[in-house]
Design a protein around this ligand. Structure first.
Ligand code: 2BA
Length: 109
């Protein structure tokens, strides 16, 4: 038994969940926030049998796209705290960040 924890882009979450449910997987959607961009993303919890992990990884690959995102952190300039300057940089976000975790016990009470 495994638990897949997948952090995905909000835009990919709905079609991805539809695909998972159509394929008879159970999924829980959590609203989450990335620590670096401080933007909303979606975390999915998928409990499944070991032999189904590859099928879910394939569904994730099919539905989750990488996207370029421009970040503009604000850096202080000189010694003054109130003057700042922005340095836009580009980061590549996703497709999906996927953790596959061993589940010791799974029960519905
Ligand atoms: P964020 O933390 O908002 O990160 C968004 C993207 O910014 C990352 O994309 C990566 O390209 C870049 N990035 C993150 N930290 C960085 C840093 N210290 N310096 C430079 N660039 C950095 P992804 O790697 O595709 O991650 C997408 C989202 O997945 C993350 O959003 C975070 O919510 C989650 N995530 C990724 N790795 C994780 C991990 N090891 N543990 C927990 N969550 C993770």
């Amino acid at each position: 038994m495994k638990l897949i924890i997948a952090v995905v882009n909000d835009k990919d979450a709905i079609p991805l969940m539809e695909d998972l449910v159509e394929s008879n997987f159970q999924v829980t959607k959590l609203a989450s926030t990335g620590g670096f961009l401080r933007e909303g993303n979606t975390t999915l919890l998928i409990g499944l049998e070991d032999e189904a992990v590859e099928q879910v990884r394939e569904i994730l690959r099919k539905n989750c796209k990488s996207r370029r995102k421009t970040v503009t952190p604000v850096a202080p300039v000189g010694n003054t705290m109130d003057v700042s300057m922005s340095y836009p940089t580009e980061v590549m976000v996703g497709g999906a960040t996927v953790f596959v975790v061993k589940v010791e016990k799974w029960e519905k009470i």
